[in-house]
Design a protein around this ligand. Sequence first.
Ligand code: UDP
Ligand code: MG
Length: 314
Amino acid sequence: MSSHPYLSIVIPVHNEEESLEELYRRLTGALDKLGKTYEIIFTNDGSKDRSGEMLKELHERRPSQIRVIEFNGNFGQHMAIMAGFERVRGQIVITMDADLQNPPEDIGKLVAAMEAGHDVVNTHREGRQDTWWRLTVSRWHNKVRAWMMPKLVMEDEGCMLRAYSREIVDLMVSTGEATTFIPALALSYATNPTEVGVGHASRAAGESSYSFYGLIRYNFDLITGFSLFPLQVFTLLGMLVSLGSFAFVVFLFLRRIIVGPEVEGVFTLFAILFFLIGIVLLGLGVTGEYIGRIYQEVRKRPRFIVRHVLEEKN
Ligand code: UDP
Ligand code: MG
């Protein structure tokens, strides 16, 4: 097998012991059928189950094709993919999930789109199989994202079965950000992206690594990482509220002169005050999200730590 394969498949793994064997069987089956040279890079993102040993065993089965990056802890799905990106040897790079929610049989479709000259192939999930609350959150999220970040043209940013050219992958690696959202980052560098539909299955085994809170954090990362929209909204809102308050002060002042001192309406004043305090707190929170990112970047701690890599030297 050549040390410069045509395809690199990058797969983050977090507690997927129940899926890995089936993934290996279906993925290698689909890739062998495609007839292109390939490598598969798994990143074990701090799994607490047997995923680590299983990946080692998969590497021993096909040492020239299967490479395993072992993290020193849990650094998140996107960092796991980034670690794979740092080491890819192929020309076309494909990311996918380990839980078989993305069908490996659709990789051929992505490769065809890349060969047609695109540098990024986005995907949307056809007949998406997820819990109702995930579907609802996702639908709203995609709407808000399209509104806040009109430049990110994609129907469904949650589907990770995607393809990128090696140039785009190298650019993504060079950014070195501590938190990121790979599909959005890729699109910011793409010159000729396209989108295709791929299948989606419900999780056959194991469970999602994302809790509801995890998903909220994940979306903040996406928004603060790629848009200043929330800050700009607060500047505008702040201006409107100041104008309104000024008009209100003038109104109260005139009443003080014309009508004289009044004590009624204290509760109304409190309601208005609470509302304004709420807005201020929200604004502080939004600002804090950005400051948190700046803090992470200036600390310059490693964004992930690799314990060891199982691979054949090229
Ligand atoms: N994953 C990871 N690190 C994490 C969370 C998830 O490497 O901290 C991997 C996981 O093993 C899977 C992919 O990222 O291959 C998507 O995760 P999951 O299926 O839990 O997310 P969902 O499909 O529910 O969005
Ligand atoms: Mg999944």
